[in-house]
Design a protein around this ligand. Sequence first.
Ligand SMILES: CC(C)(COP(=O)(O)OP(=O)(O)OC[C@H]1O[C@@H](n2cnc3c(N)ncnc32)[C@H](O)[C@@H]1OP(=O)(O)O)[C@@H](O)C(=O)NCCC(=O)NCCS
Length: 164
Amino acid sequence: MNYTIRPTEPGDAAGTAALRRMPGVLETTLGLSSYRTADSNAFLANLGPNDHHFVAVLDDGTVIGVACLQVFGNPRMRHVGSVALMVHADYQNMGVGSALLKTLLDLADNWLMLVRVELTVFADNERAIHLYEKLGFEKEGLKRMTTVRDGKYADEYMMARLRP
Ligand SMILES: CC(C)(COP(=O)(O)OP(=O)(O)OC[C@H]1O[C@@H](n2cnc3c(N)ncnc32)[C@H](O)[C@@H]1OP(=O)(O)O)[C@@H](O)C(=O)NCCC(=O)NCCS
């Protein structure tokens, strides 16, 4: 499978919206089935210099992954960033998520010199937790009943990676 990881462009809005509302993705993210391309356009238009947004795209332009690193704006938290990640349901478990997260961490470590990168993940999202631990994240604590999923409240782990 040939794909490229590159910064997100306005033309990727429909593809990123499709991922965000996709079964197989929205259950373990904070997406909704009603998410529109217009929402995605607005989100992308509002990205600032502290937001580093990437897509993984096939040669035909299909968006198969999305990843974002957001550096905290508070002057006393400029060493901290948070990451978010999602891969198209048909392309999961093929290394795309690992490649996207490595792209974010290279930026965080070598170009932004961040010390701490953090994220939240559903407590039962074993694949994501495996990936995060593989790349140096550690669980810091369980946040209980933080989100709604399919008619129930769900817990999330707070995880972080301090620069090795
Ligand atoms: C979680 C997600 C980003 C991972 O990306 P991916 O491309 O599927 O992951 P990769 O193929 O790069 O790596 C998956 C790893 O998890 C392992 N894995 C797969 N299923 C697993 C499971 N049920 N339990 C533990 N490990 C699992 C794989 O063996 C692989 O490990 P390895 O690299 O050591 O061999 C992707 O599956 C996804 O988008 N899921 C839906 C949305 C989501 O959950 N996003 C994360 C929100 S925090």
